[in-house]
Write a protein that binds this ligand. Structure first.
Ligand code: GH3
Ligand code: MG
Ligand code: MG
Ligand code: MG
Length: 324
């Protein structure tokens, strides 16, 4: 029929806009107890949209959460279940929160449509199903979802970049500034130990002088890798700046923190770094200052300051050392 063809052409144009040449077909889930509705809609949607059916609302909810769908059509023709309740469940689950919902209702169902819109349904459609209109509404929702997904991903990436050190991939100082206080307060409230270490590479300027700035960068990257390898998942590891690194160790008291620091110091001193294309061997040593939480009256700034003073002492007394 004419409408059907027009709907298909409109669909392809709209879905292609802004997308790559290899745009995936959009998967849409219809929640409806009647297979006739499904067959009717599906026969009018070709290319661009793949329609699945869930006749059981609970299975449908599960299916929608499984991912891969870009829109859900919730029909009011679901016996034994309140379709609006289903809509609010879709809105509240993490996995379906950003999934557009189109309510498929009967002509005299104004009250339910309004309630649905209040609950966060994105659009509605009134029977009888007119393919051109339904397609246009679906395409609008799918395009908006694709746009919002890209936007969300790019915001998340920007946030990630703002707290990550580009050279080493470790957290940066901004991240530490935001999280040290939280870890500190958590330790105080729970009366758990907490330790901090500040690591500074020894005579790093001479490494740069001998092997160039790129050689120095290789050393920093390799050091970060070894540091990460030696710490636990719950430790906060960050590049504080230049060739200085800070590690915050929750649930770790002074003696244990010093042992950890000593293990890393020894490992760094024992195994030369391979830098540049030729894998040239470079001997690296580090100095480490360690400090630990002192009771309820302590503060995060003082904790860092004590680690810094211990580091200064390690440098002053000959380097390649841990001072606690
Ligand atoms: P010390 O044992 O007293 O710590 O001596 P040092 O030479 O390591 O200390 P200093 O603070 O004098 O020099 C640190 C050097 O680190 C100076 C700076 O050019 C270099 N540096 C800082 N950031 C980077 C970086 O991202 N890449 C490279 N290659 N070098 C860096
Ligand atoms: Mg220095
Ligand atoms: Mg140094
Ligand atoms: Mg330094």
């Amino acid at each position: 029929l004419r409408t059907s063809t027009a709907a298909n052409i409109g669909l392809e144009n709209l879905l292609d806009r802004g997308g790559g040449a290899e745009q995936e077909p959009a998967r849409v889930l219809l929640m409806d107890a009647r297979t006739e509705t499904y067959e009717k809609i599906r026969s009018r949607l070709k290319g661009g949209i793949q329609l699945d059916l869930a006749t059981d609302p609970n299975a449908g909810l599960f299916q929608a959460a499984e991912g891969g769908y870009e829109c859900v059509i919730v029909s009011t023709a679901l016996p034994d279940v309140d379709p609006l309740r289903l809509c609010s469940q879709l809105r509240s689950l993490d996995r379906t929160r950003f999934l557009p919902i189109i309510l498929l209702a009967d002509r005299d169902d104004d009250a339910r449509i309004i309630r649905g819109l209040e609950l966060g349904v994105n659009d509605f459609f009134v029977r009888p199903i007119e393919p051109h209109e339904l397609t246009a509404r679906l395409v609008t929702q799918i395009r908006r979802k694709r746009y919002n997904d890209r936007l969300r991903a790019s915001v998340a990436q920007s946030i990630e970049m703002a707290v990550t050190d580009a050279l080493t991939g470790l957290h940066n100082r901004r991240y530490l500034d935001n999280h040290l206080q939280t870890l500190f307060e958590r330790a105080v409230v729970r009366r758990r130990p907490l330790s901090v270490m500040i690591v500074d590479l020894d005579r790093f300027k001479s490494i740069n002088d001998s092997f160039g700035h790129d050689g120095g960068d290789d050393v920093l990257r390799e050091f970060a890798r070894r540091l990460r390898q030696n710490m636990r998942g719950i430790d906060l590891i960050c590049r504080f700046g230049g060739e200085e690194f800070v590690v915050v160790m929750p649930d770790t008291d002074g003696p244990v923190a010093e042992k950890v620091a000593e293990r890393i110091r020894a490992e760094i001193a024992r195994t030369p770094f391979a830098i540049g294309k030729e894998g040239q061997a470079v001997n690296v040593t580090i100095s480490v200052g360690v400090s630990s939480l002192r009771g309820q009256a302590d503060d995060a700034g003082a904790l860092l300051k004590r680690a810094d003073m211990a580091l200064y002492e390690a440098k002053r007394s000959g380097r390649n050392k841990v001072v606690g």
